[in-house]
Design a binder for this molecule. Structure first.
Ligand SMILES: C[S@@+](CC[C@H](N)C(=O)[O-])C[C@H]1O[C@@H](n2cnc3c(N)ncnc32)[C@H](O)[C@@H]1O
Length: 257
């Protein structure tokens, strides 16, 4: 199956789950952390690439003049429009399109952001170059994503488990690889801030409707690690009788040269 079809299939399934409470991606605390770091300005027109159901767009909208939010999965955009209307936000425009061929002119946005999407791209250089192309020179591109652990010995296992849960996951970059990819695409890194995020295993697997057999296979590897078995890079732990693990999220700001 073509990767774009995999993306649309996965996110058509996931669209309803994106608004559920308790998920890391809807956490207001983490969104506030991101908004605080992004160099927003009330006069800015900002592009949010792969907006999904628009969590980041809604967090940014009160701080800027307009957000243009683009995604390739119609069902995600449908939810995004509903949520923006519920929140009474009239300055977000939602558009359907591919991040690898953004339907905008060169230098047309004051800032470009993208959250939790790089690890779904097959060749992130393509999408990064597009984000940079449509951003004004000397302005910021903010990339927020899940990172792979820096320990080389667990990167393969870590990404294999993520792909078992969600077939549209390609590869999470390490912090150094993300910086290198952004620099290679034409940005000068002005800041990178990362933090560990606790994830509830049950909610994580429920969100993607991962089938019970696969869910069991993933949890088996995490439980083996808890008993001293091979490291997975997921850093599992038990809390209040629940299996949890850690993700690392990074907010990286690059300035278009
Ligand atoms: C994990 S969701 C993240 C959504 C949102 N940015 C957030 O942080 O809540 C990934 C989104 O990327 C979108 N996506 C993946 N590849 C894309 C592409 N090439 N062009 C546009 N959207 C894409 C999917 O449709 C999905 O909505």
């Amino acid at each position: 199956m073509d990767h774009n079809e995999t993306i649309r299939r996965e996110f058509t399934h996931q669209a309803e789950s994106f608004g559920k409470p308790g998920l890391t991606l809807s956490s207001q605390e983490y969104l506030a952390w991101m908004v605080d770091i992004l160099p927003l300005n009330p006069e800015f027109r900002v592009l949010d690439v792969a907006t999904g159901t628009g969590h980041l767009s809604r967090a940014i909208a009160p701080h800027v003049s307009q957000v243009v939010a683009i995604d390739m999965t119609p069902k995600m955009l449908e939810k995004a429009k509903e949520e923006a209307a519920k929140a009474g936000l009239g300055n977000i425009i939602f558009e359907e399109g591919d991040a690898a061929a953004l339907p905008y002119q060169d230098n047309s946005f004051d800032m470009v952001v993208s959250r939790l999407a790089i690890h779904h791209f097959e060749k992130p250089q393509l999408q990064l170059r597009e984000m940079i192309r449509v951003c004004k020179t000397d302005h910021a591109v903010g990339i927020i994503d899940l990172l792979s652990p820096s320990d080389q010995s667990v990167i393969e296992t870590y990404n294999r488990l993520e792909r078992m849960r969600d077939a549209s996951h390609t590869l999470a970059l390490t912090k150094d690889q993300l910086a290198e990819a952004m620099e290679a695409a034409g940005l000068s890194i002005s800041g990178m801030d990362s933090r560990d995020i606790q994830v509830d295993f049950g909610l994580w697997a429920e969100m993607t409707a991962t089938d019970p057999h696969t869910k069991g296979e993933i949890s088996k590897e995490l439980e083996q690690e808890l008993r001293g078995g091979a490291k997975t890079g997921m850093r599992p732990f038990m809390q209040d009788g629940k299996l949890k693990f850690l993700h690392t999220w990074c907010v990286a700001i690059g300035i278009k040269k």
